[in-house]
Design a binder for this molecule. Structure first.
Ligand SMILES: C[S@@+](CC[C@H](N)C(=O)[O-])C[C@H]1O[C@@H](n2cnc3c(N)ncnc32)[C@H](O)[C@@H]1O
Length: 219
């Protein structure tokens, strides 16, 4: 699953992961995380997610990272935002109001940028990565956030042998192993969503849960 895999999906419009509404689980669980107003929130592998607009409306500067320039341009166009752009070592930055998206590779970001993020929102990001990349991703991204960060992680759990990813299945034991050296990862919701997912039903998947984690040290 290299960069070209994703760039081609955006070129061909095969972006069924994109939702035309804000994720209800984000709206339900974000307020309780207690991320301070004004605190910067990282949205890794952000696509053109409307969730960024919602997070910004809660009073957070948003930092999204996305490989595909098409996705980034569609985000600003579809939300009628006119971004200013500049280029840095991280990629091309698009900034409109409190939303900044860097068109670049998440693995190129460093502590200088990530340590300013006190919040993180991961939907269809960790589960988009094949197993071999996940430990590097968690260490690199979450390991460099502010130590006080609070985050929301949304995963999928289904019998992986019944359908190839992405999105991939993550059982809780793998999530716990991935975050063990970074921060606590506590399940706050798990629900059966099989009936709402025609792609999984058509593939003959017998069970599909979405699982919501609260990431970060809690007092
Ligand atoms: C499954 S999509 C999810 C997008 C978004 N989170 C959402 O909820 O709609 C995964 C996205 O990650 C992007 N991506 C994949 N690898 C990346 C990387 N190394 N750095 C930045 N973006 C990446 C892809 O281009 C794709 O848009």
């Amino acid at each position: 699953m290299d960069a070209e895999f994703w760039l081609e999906r955006w070129r061909e419009g095969r972006t069924h992961f994109h939702q035309t509404r804000v994720t209800p689980l984000l709206q339900k669980y974000w307020p309780a995380l207690g991320v301070p107003k004004g605190g910067r929130v990282l949205v890794p592998l952000c696509g053109k997610s409307l969730d960024m607009v919602w997070i910004a409306a809660q009073g957070h500067p948003v930092l999204g990272i996305e490989l595909s320039e098409l996705a980034v341009e569609q985000f600003f166009e579809e939300n009628e935002l006119k971004p200013l752009t500049h280029v840095s070592i991280y990629g091309k930055h698009y900034v409109a109001g409190s939303i900044e998206i860097i068109c670049g590779d998440i693995f190129k970001l460093d502590a200088q940028l990530l340590s300013h993020c006190v919040g993180a929102y991961d939907r269809a990001a960790l589960v988009a990565l094949p197993e071999a990349m996940r430990a590097d991703y968690v260490r690199h991204v979450y390991g460099q956030l502010s130590p006080a960060y609070q985050g929301l992680l949304i995963t999928l759990d289904y019998p992986q042998e019944e359908m190839p990813g992405p999105p991939f299945s993550l059982v809780d034991s793998e999530v716990q192993k991935l975050y063990a050296d970074v921060s606590p990862a506590r399940i706050i919701d798990r629900r059966d969503i099989l009936e709402k997912e025609p792609k999984f039903l058509a593939a003959g998947v017998s069970r599909l849960d979405t699982v919501v984690y609260h990431l970060g040290v809690q007092e």
